[in-house]
Design a protein. Structure first.
Lengths: 161, 564
């Protein structure tokens, strides 16, 4: 879990852009690259330093799908749902993982904070469809069973740590 | 400034300096429908109601189109009408159409335009997630289910007030106007100025309605209702009854309130004279003791709230004088204590204000005594208009009746508190040693009056030159503070009003653009000229009461410390 965002580091990133308003998106991208998500405190600090309203920063952050306002798990699982993966049955994989992780409603991260499940439009690996990535490592020609196996392995590794 | 001839629906229309085609169309006498266009705000082009068609059949929004010589457009082609009806139908599809019981019913732009364009059925269902009503603010109520996403509130909050409390969140059909993190207004730095509710074309943001509480007090025989009427109310209340903006309907309002059953009716100008004298005294004392400067006026509760939340280092600069409303309330509290004990009634104090922030001010802990607020209830001009209408009273037909004594008499300089520059002018009038008529005349033409957002004036008081600034529209005050912070500006006294135009443009007033606010201002200046006395110190009741107060009493009744 990426708890403990260092506000000093956040300040550093904002300062590196000279506290300029028009760098808002770049600043948020850099912070997210480091901490995987943007916490309310981060957005408030950005607003304060750029001298814009928090509502405006929140507005931009919620407009782009790419920005996450929720903390993410250690493993980010992306199930490709592009056209090729979709016709080769990516949806059952997604559903199986959801059920395995016991995600409900809009919940994306498992209760133990280990896994975050997302879909992605196309990873450009259509020849390997259906594709699942775990922290950007590509797993090709997946099935629901293979996906669950993969998660169980990761869980075992975690338990051994 | 561009000049030329345009053709609107085949008719020659000259233009001269208009910034967009929409204003030229309106000048030509065609009421182009809009939701998101306000001449006082930036052009947004979101509602698409003001679309026009050019000769090639291209459709464009007229609000964002520059007038050009020889330009030819049509405003009412079959395609345009079809578009407008479709826009309305789609807006209604995702709108909570509980119109008859809506706060805004009868005054809603969506209702009006749907009626005008004959939209009688909606073919689409509302698939939005249910939204929460936000009634956490003392001033306004937000109902996102009625929002049409025109962004007027977002722009007024950001561009005019400079607060940026609300903005769009999410996107596509999940888009909402909301404070950051979906917080309620009370969890933000909202200063309750209410301008968002003033520009909202629908019932998505409305003023917190407290009419029911007012009627209960008025109808209770054990309760004595005592009313004070703020200066800016008198020049706007008549608008809802067909009187021109700026006509002074104070005396008719007094009669109407008597008919409605209010016991005693006073004028806030009475307390404004106290404010002028106390604020001047404080200012002169600061001149002697060397500061802190600039001294800020304290009449505008939204301004005080802004400093408190966003710029607390300037709190000690703000005058310790209570606002006229709260001075009045302390005087009423003192005055009726004994009377209440004698006749067994309780006094219920209602302030009729042009302002939504006054509702917030009345609820401040500093203005509570013995567990009870000094002002029991603040009604806006619009609320009192609704109550008069509910009573069936025809305001223009009311006989004239002056406010009651002893608290119904104010000077001319107190009347102009209702417009930008008024408080500063009242203080200057009081401080200037030369009391001749000509000094008053000279002040009329000084920069204290006018409509520029930041106005500066220099006056001579004794052997000192006093630098004054008058600011309206909170964003300009924020700019000025930055200049002061940077050491680029110096002033001794700064008057700040959050709303553009001052209190005449308050969010509790019937909505009006710049033109209307200026007419109301003219009405206040006319009332000043016809007032029997123009300076606070000539108010006989005020001076005799002042003389009778001990310094402690004066401090308790008339001053407040916002830093505590």
């Amino acid at each position: 879990m990426s708890t403990g965002i260092s506000m000093d580091r956040v300040d550093q990133i904002i300062d590196s852009y000279g506290c300029q308003r028009h760098h808002l998106i770049a600043i948020m991208q850099d912070i997210q690259a480091e901490y995987k998500y943007l916490s309310p405190e981060v957005l408030e600090r950005i607003a304060e330093k750029l001298d814009v309203g928090v509502a405006k920063v929140y507005s931009v952050a919620t407009f782009y799908e790419n920005f996450s306002l929720e903390a993410k798990g250690k493993y980010i699982i992306k199930v490709c749902d592009g056209t090729a993966c979709h016709v080769r049955k990516s949806q059952p994989i997604y559903t199986a993982i959801r059920e395995y992780l016991e995600l409900e409603g809009k919940q994306k991260t498992s209760a133990d904070g280990l896994f975050t499940l997302e879909t992605v439009a196309c990873l450009g690996a259509c020849g390997l469809a259906p594709v699942v990535t775990v922290n950007d490592k590509v797993h090709s020609k997946m099935t629901p069973e293979l996906a669950i196996e993969l998660l169980e392995e990761l869980k075992k590794e975690e338990a051994a740590l | 400034m561009a000049k030329g001839i345009m053709y609107i629906d085949g008719q020659r229309v000259p233009f001269d300096g208009e910034t967009n085609v929409l204003s030229v169309i309106r000048k030509a006498g065609i009421e182009m429908p809009t939701f998101c266009y306000y001449s006082d705000l930036s052009v947004y082009g979101a509602c698409r109601m003001c679309v026009v068609e050019d000769e090639r059949g291209k459709i464009e929004t007229s609000c964002s189109m520059k007038p050009r010589d020889g330009l030819s457009i049509r405003t009412n082609t079959a395609r345009l009408l079809k578009h407008r009806r479709m826009i309305l139908e789609l807006l209604l599809a995702s709108h909570n159409c509980s119109c008859t019981t809506c706060e805004k019913s009868g005054d809603c732009r969506l209702q009006e335009l749907a009626m005008r364009f004959g939209v009688r059925r909606v073919r689409f269902g509302d698939s939005r997630e249910e939204s929460q009503l936000d009634d956490s603010s003392p001033a306004v109520v937000r109902d996102p289910s009625k929002c049409i996403l025109c962004g007027d509130c977002v722009r007024v909050c950001g561009e005019t007030i400079g607060m940026g409390i609300i903005d769009f969140a999410q996107r596509g059909y999940n888009m909402r106007v909301s404070p950051a993190f979906n917080r309620t207004l009370s969890e933000t730095h909202c200063i309750s100025c209410g301008q968002c509710s003033a520009v909202c074309p629908t019932g998505a943001i409305t003023v917190y309605n407290q009419i029911g509480k007012a009627w209960r007090a008025i109808h209770d025989p054990k309760v004595r209702t005592v009313v004070q009427i703020a200066p800016a109310v008198r020049v706007a209340v008549g608008e809802a009854f067909g009187l021109p903006a700026g006509s002074n309907a104070l005396d008719q309002l007094v009669t109407a309130l008597k008919y409605m059953g209010v016991d005693e009716i006073y004028d806030t100008t009475f307390a404004a004279d106290f404010t002028t004298i106390e604020e001047s005294r404080e200012f002169l004392a600061r001149l002697e003791n060397g500061g802190p400067f600039p001294m800020f006026t304290s009449c505008c509760p939204a301004w005080v709230k802004y400093l408190e939340l966003e710029n607390p280092k300037y709190l000690k600069h703000i005058s310790t004088c209570k606002s006229p409303m709260e001075m009045f309330a302390s005087i009423v509290r003192e005055h009726y204590q004994e009377k209440d004990a004698q006749d067994g009634r309780t006094t219920f104090h209602i302030a009729i204000m042009p302002c939504t922030a006054k509702k917030m001010e009345a609820a401040r802990p500093q203005f509570r005594h013995n567990g009870k607020p000094d002002v029991d209830l603040v009604l806006t001009t619009q609320e009192i208009i609704n109550m008069i209408k509910e009573s069936g009273i025809q305001l223009p037909q009311m006989e004239l009746e002056a406010p009651d004594l002893p608290f119904g008499l104010g000077s001319g300089s107190a009347t102009i508190y209702g417009t930008t520059g008024g408080v500063a002018e009242a203080v200057v009038r009081h401080c200037m040693p030369d009391k001749s008529r000509n000094t008053l005349r000279a002040l009329e033409y000084s920069p204290l009056r006018g409509n520029d957002s930041i106005r500066e004036a220099t006056v001579q008081v004794g052997d000192r030159e006093i630098h004054l600034a008058v600011v309206h529209g909170l964003i300009h005050a924020q700019e000025l503070l930055k200049e002061i912070d940077a050491g680029n500006a110096y002033y001794d006294l700064i008057e700040v009003m959050t709303c553009p135009g001052g209190c005449v443009g308050g969010a509790g007033q019937p909505y009006g653009l710049k033109q209307k606010k200026q007419e109301r201002t003219a009405g206040l200046y006319a009332a000043d000229r016809s007032a029997p006395f123009k300076r606070a110190e000539y108010n006989p009741v005020v001076t005799s009461m002042m003389d009778a107060y001990t310094p402690d009493q004066r401090h308790d009744l008339l001053h407040v410390d916002y830093t505590k």
